[in-house]
Design a protein around this ligand. Structure first.
Ligand code: ADP
Ligand code: MG
Length: 575
């Protein structure tokens, strides 16, 4: 929790202002009962109307000052706390953006979202409460006690019983609630996870008639969360009546014993009235303090979850002085690369070595799960290799900046992903300052122009979140256009032609060939017809390269390749 507070620094003015206002208000609250006592003792006691009016006017003035201070104090504390929340969200978000995919896998998207929203909200709220009460409560309780004792030391003995009693009760109740807060945040994570999955997978759920099952899954998680929340809230809700009870009994005690003391002539009526007010202030601030002691642990659960994210060092960071890779263009070299995903038993890739150069098409073919997409991810440095190295343009990719590396590459992922925005926006994602002409050209090569021109808004056609209002093949072609528009040195097509019909596939590859004559192409594919005319074909099986060569060479010498070919083409086509 404390560690997070250094992010409050930009708001120190608001923090100080709020604390000052709160302090001023506490002083006002402590002084007012004194004046009440004077009015009753001197004014009412002597029937001195002008005195009552004079002191009454002063009281009104002071009370007004107190009111203004209260408003300003609340304003500044809200400002500081919400600014604090904003900064934390920004910090967390930009930190998460630097995560490699390993760290994403580690936390999970749902938990990251909860941490950035709900957990920060908790911390923000407690910060606001602390600003309002952490200074106020001690001043009020200590000041109140001092004033009460100076008014009537004997009667003050009541607090010796009342304060510890209140404190004990409140902390006892609070203790029970705290461990449950952690559980509550975790259950919220679980709820978000199911919700996210359910919403993104709605089509599959419908298609397989799993609505009922999914509904039940959500219902269970929701109920689980609710039950914990209700249990916690019930415990916390006990606080208020308990403290009212203690407070009211204290007041009864004050009036009771005070009455006796007035009878005996030890005390004046006005002093009793002031005393009751001090009693209220003391008990209230004690209560506020103990509530804070309950709330702070709750927020520190959240703070811990935030810190966990902030303290996770991204596995992939740029070197302080990255090397430039501007001597060559379009060279890729894998040197004996082995890689495993965290937590996986077996490496996803073993001893991969190959090279690719400009003007060449390198195709990668292999069954599902053979590691084709993993090769693409490694070239983009989404993950770091375990051993061996990957050189791009002669430089190890770990020694160049991620920005330079990725600017060299046009990547079309296996699962096309579009953002909400227009078609032009989505293509421009590949190159921020692309002109409409460049966008058109890219769409033309990607065989997307034809269907875009048929849309009423053409390039301004709005794509919904996740690209749900275009077909799979259209999505593919748009994401190909997005990669083409930046005219990179290296293109990686990860199974990007699978959603296209054979004719479009062939047309697209013909157009690509012209456009990318000087670039390096990596084409991952399942179809033999897509890879047949590549300059070299890597045959991947279970994370290992079992053959490299041209179509003819492999057909002669490689069993795995021949098997794939035979399963897809007829004898005549092969001949
Ligand atoms: P392909 O693209 O050839 O179908 P992948 O490269 O996607 O295969 O996957 C290779 C292997 O790595 C598979 O066994 C798969 O289960 C595993 N794998 C892929 N992605 C991850 C991941 N993020 N975490 C753990 N294992 C993964
Ligand atoms: Mg794949």
């Amino acid at each position: 929790m404390l560690k997070l507070f250094r992010h409050l620094k930009p708001f120190r003015f608001a923090v100080i202002a709020s604390l000052a206002m709160v302090m001023l208000r506490a002083l006002v609250d402590l002084y007012l009962p004194r004046l009440t006592a004077d009015i009753v003792n001197i004014g009412v006691g002597n029937g001195d109307i002008p005195y009552i009016l004079r002191v009454g006017a002063i009281m009104l003035g002071i009370a007004a000052v107190g009111g203004v201070c209260a408003v300003l104090g609340n304003y500044f504390s809200a400002r500081a706390a919400s600014g604090f929340g904003r900064v934390l969200r920004e910090k967390l978000f930009s930190h998460v953006e630097n995560f490699s995919l390993h760290e994403f896998d580690l936390f999970g998207t749902a938990s990251l979202i909860t941490r950035i929203t709900n957990d920060i909200m908790q911390v923000q709220q407690v910060t606001m409460m602390s600003l309002r009460m952490l200074i106020m409560a001690p001043i009020m309780s200590i000041g109140g006690i001092v004033m009460a004792v100076s008014t009537d030391p004997t009667l003050s003995l009541i607090f010796v019983v009342a304060i510890p009693l209140l404190f004990l009760l409140v902390t006892f109740i609070g203790r029970k609630g705290i461990p449950l807060f952690q559980a509550m945040q975790e259950k919220l994570d679980g709820l978000n996870l199911i919700l996210r999955e359910r919403l993104t997978g709605i089509r599959v759920i419908r298609a397989f008639n799993r609505d009922e099952y999914e509904k039940k899954r959500f219902h269970d998680a929701n109920l689980d969360f609710t039950n914990t929340a209700i249990y916690v809230m019930r415990i916390i809700a006990l606080m208020m009546p308990v403290m009212m009870l203690v407070m009211n009994f204290t007041t009864i005690g004050i009036v009771w014993f005070g009455g006796i003391r007035i009878d005996l002539g030890f005390m004046k009526v006005g002093d009793l009235m002031a005393f009751i007010q001090y009693g209220m202030h003391i008990m209230m601030s004690m209560f506020a303090l103990s509530m804070l002691f309950v709330m702070i642990p709750r927020a520190s659960v959240s703070a811990k979850r935030i810190n966990e994210v902030l303290e996770t060092k991204p596995e992939i960071v740029d070197l302080p002085a990255p090397k430039k890779a501007d001597q060559m263009r379009g060279y890729i070299e894998f040197k004996d690369v082995t890689f495993s995903y965290h937590g996986a038993e077996r490496p996803a890739l073993k001893n991969i070595s190959f090279s690719a150069g400009p003007g060449e098409v390198t195709a990668i073919i292999g069954g599902t799960g053979s590691g084709k997409s993993t090769i693409s991810s490694l070239i983009l440095r989404f993950y770091d290799v375990d051993s061996g190295s990957i050189l791009i343009d002669g430089v190890d990719i770990r020694e160049m900046s991620q920005e330079e590396l990725r600017s060299k590459i046009g990547y079309v992922p296996q699962r096309a992903f579009l953002f909400s925005g227009t078609i032009a926006d989505n293509i421009r994602f590949g190159k921020e300052d692309a002109t409409l002409e460049e966008i058109r050209q890219a769409a033309e090569i990607a065989q997307a122009a034809e269907f875009i021109e048929k849309l009423p808004d053409k390039y301004d056609h709005w794509i919904e979140q996740g690209g749900i209002n275009v077909s799979g093949g259209q999505k593919q072609r748009l994401s190909i256009a997005r990669a083409l528009v930046s005219k990179p040195e290296i293109y990686i097509f990860d199974d990007s032609f699978s959603a296209l019909d054979f004719k479009t596939d062939a047309k697209l590859r013909a157009a690509l060939k012209k456009e990318t004559a000087n670039a390096t192409l990596i084409i991952v594919a399942q179809r033999v017809s897509t890879v047949m005319d590549a300059d070299q074909i890597l045959v991947l099986d279970d994370g290992q390269i079992v053959g490299i060569g041209t179509h003819e060479e492999l057909l002669q010498s490689n069993d795995v390749y021949r098997e794939i070919v035979l399963s897809q083409l007829s004898e005549e086509e092969i001949a």
